[in-house]
Structures are given as C-alpha cells and as structure tokens.
Design a protein. Structure first.
Length: 164
C-alpha cells in the first residue's frame, strides 16, 4: 500500500527518552495519540532535497518501548523486521498495526518525503524526533490489529505451497 500524510520519525534514543519521561510522570514532547511512528534516522539532505537516505531501521530495537507507546495511542509503526510476541500482543490490545518498509531502499524512500522538521530532542541529531510528510510511501501490513503476522504465516504458506 502507499501511505500519504504525517508520520513521526523516532528511533532508539528518542524512544528511550519517551519512556523515561513517562516513567517520571511527565508528558511527551508531542501528542502521539492516533499517530504513526517511523523508525528512521535520516541522513543529511543533499542540495535541493528535503532529506538524504531515510530507510527503516530494525524494529526489534524498539520492542522494549513499543507497548508503552501503543498505550499512549500510537496507531501504526513503520520499520523492518519481525516483532516480539509482547509487541504483537500490544498491537492486538491497542488495535494498532505494524507496517514494513523496504530495507536497503533509503535513497528511494526519501523521494516520498515532502517535508521534514525536527520537533523534539534536536540534540540527538539523526535520532531526533521528526515530523515527516510522506506521499505515496510504500509499506506492507506486516502485523495487523488482530495479530496476523506476515513474518509467521508468509514463510509457512510458502513452504506448504512449494512442498506439494
């Protein structure tokens, strides 16, 4: 599917800061309710571009923080790679989805980014939180809100089909 609209770019360090703020009873630097988080650390923009390469990072590194952020109302996550059973359970509990973007295609994906600005933790550099406007950004539903996991049923379906 092709995604258009606003997503928030946040990686490991931003997630750690979100969790620490919530543990201290503080609010988050932005309202994540109903939002999409893209696990990205964009490279600097070349002349005439909004950003440099902006491919997904490995999602498993955010698994420890993901259930907490889903409880804050995050509705979708974009990254690459499978998720832990705890994340799959949280996706089901909070009615959210996990979308996979093609890894290794950061330069191509950056062409779908129309606007990008730092909105929190600028001192983190590429791991800051970005507000990103995307247009026709390619993703697939890897884990839906019912816990159907492409990383599980895809390979088993392939094996069944090719063993006959």
């Amino acid at each position: 599917m092709l995604l258009s609209g606003v997503v928030y770019g946040a990686r490991d360090q931003a997630h750690r800061r979100f969790a620490e703020a919530l543990e201290r009873g503080e609010g988050l630097p932005l309202d994540l309710s109903g939002q999409v988080i893209y696990y990205v650390g964009p490279t600097p923009a070349p002349p005439g571009r909004v950003c440099g390469a902006a491919g997904p990072t490995t999602s498993g590194r955010m698994d420890v923080y993901t259930p907490l952020l889903l409880s804050c109302g995050v509705r979708a996550l974009i990254g690459k790679g499978n998720r832990s059973p705890e994340v799959v359970a949280a996706l089901k509990e909070f009615g959210a989805v996990y979308l996979a973007a093609p890894g290794g295609a950061g330069a191509l994906l950056s062409r779908c980014i129309k606007e990008m600005e730092v909105v929190a933790y600028p001192e983190l550099g590429p791991e800051a939180v970005y507000r990103i406007v995307v247009d026709n950004f390619p993703v697939i539903v890897a884990i839906d809100a019912e816990g159907n996991n492409l990383y599980e049923f895809g390979p088993s379906s392939y094996r069944k089909k090719n063993s006959a």
